[in-house]
Design a protein around this ligand. Sequence first.
Ligand code: FMN
Length: 170
Amino acid sequence: MVLVVESMFGSTLRLAQHVAVGCASMDARCDVIEAGCAVGRVPPDRDLLVLACPTHLRRAPTQRSRAAAATDGPVLSHAGVTDWLATAGLRRGEPVAVFDTRVDARFAGSAAKELARQVRRAGGALVVPPTSFVVVGRHGGPAAGEDDRAYAWGRDLVRTAAAPDPGAEK
Ligand SMILES: Cc1cc2nc3c(=O)[nH]c(=O)nc-3n(C[C@H](O)[C@H](O)[C@H](O)COP(=O)(O)O)c2cc1C
C-alpha cells in the first residue's frame, strides 16, 4: 500500500502515519510519501493507493491556498496530491481510498469528496467512502480520538483490501 499525503502544518501527515501503523498492525506494509516528493517514487504496481490532504476553502488545496497557509507559519507541502494524481494517473479500476482533514464546523467542506471525484474521473475505484478526520483549527493537531480512529481506519482498509470483491467475476 502507498499513501500519498499533502500536509501544511503536520496534522494530515500525523494521521497518515497512524493509518500506516494501523496497516502494519495487520502485517500490511504502507509507505507514506509526501506529495511533493512523490513524483517518480510511487511504484506503478501498488496494490492499494491512499490519497490524503487537508481541506482548504471547502475543497482540496490549490497553489493559492497553500500560499495562504504559508503566511500562517512554516509548511511541509509545496505541491498537492491532486498535482501528483494529474501527472501520475491511475490504472483502470485501480483500488483507491481517500481522506482529508477538516475542522469541526457546519460549512467546513471536504477535500476528500473532491479527491474522490478526481479519482473516479481518472479511472480509479474507491474501495471505501471518502473519510474526514477532524482537526483543531490550523495548528491544534488532530481532535481527541482522531489518531485512534486513523489507526482503526488503516486496519479496516487492510481488511477491505483482503476481502473478495463481490463485483468481480467468479
Ligand atoms: C488557507 C486555508 C484554508 C482553510 N479552509 C478550510 C475550510 O474551508 N474548511 C476546513 O474544514 N478547514 C479549513 N482549513 C483548516 C485546515 O483544514 C487545517 O489547517 C488542516 O486540516 C490541517 O492539516 P495540515 O496540518 O495537514 O495542513 C483551512 C486552512 C488553511 C490554511
